[in-house]
Design a protein around this ligand. Structure first.
Ligand code: HEC
Length: 133
């Protein structure tokens, strides 16, 4: 009798373990945790300094071809990594927003702090997403 209860107890434990394992897995996969996050701070910079060109209403086809912010979060991880790397590159080169625009509208230039926030976001996102590929 004692043995049986030990066996039942063990089975319950295993069952529990399995259940929480699968639940955990699901909740992680289904959560924002694993996908590309767009923190408010990053989103605000993008809206203010990048979105005008890299969105459906942008005038430059080239800019739209290269990067559409609205499509970024729905891309697959390897495409996202590619875009995040390209973003990191233009940020480190100070290439975006383009010089021509910054000359006309100096307030559109990214501040040092904004560049840091964006670069950190892009490199963190890229390394996190690389693990999913
Ligand atoms: C005035 C319009 C304009 C604004 C504002 C702008 N871009 Fe661009 N962006 C462009 C154009 C045009 C291209 C295409 C350049 C080319 O291919 O020669 C481009 C290309 C890019 C690329 C692709 C580079 C590559 O070679 O793959 C990235 C990444 C990028 N922009 C990021 C940004 C970010 C980040 C911001 C905001 C900080 C920003 N852009 C703001 C016009 C803009």
């Amino acid at each position: 009798m004692r043995r049986l209860s030990v066996v039942i107890f063990a089975m319950l434990l295993v069952g529990f373990g399995l259940q929480s394992f699968t639940l955990n897995k699901e909740s992680t996969l289904g959560s924002e945790d694993i996908g590309l996050k767009m923190p408010k701070k990053v989103d605000a910079i993008i809206q203010n300094k990048c979105y005008g060109c890299h969105s459906a209403n942008g005038k430059s086809d080239k800019a739209k071809e290269k990067l559409m912010w609205d499509e970024l979060t729905s891309m697959n991880p390897s495409q996202q990594v590619e875009k995040l790397k390209a973003i990191g590159k233009v940020l480190s080169e100070g290439a975006m927003p383009p010089k021509k625009m910054v000359e006309k509208m100096p307030e559109k230039k990214l501040t040092e702090k904004e560049t840091k926030i964006m670069s950190k976001w892009a490199s963190k996102g890229a390394s996190k997403l690389s693990k999913l590929i």
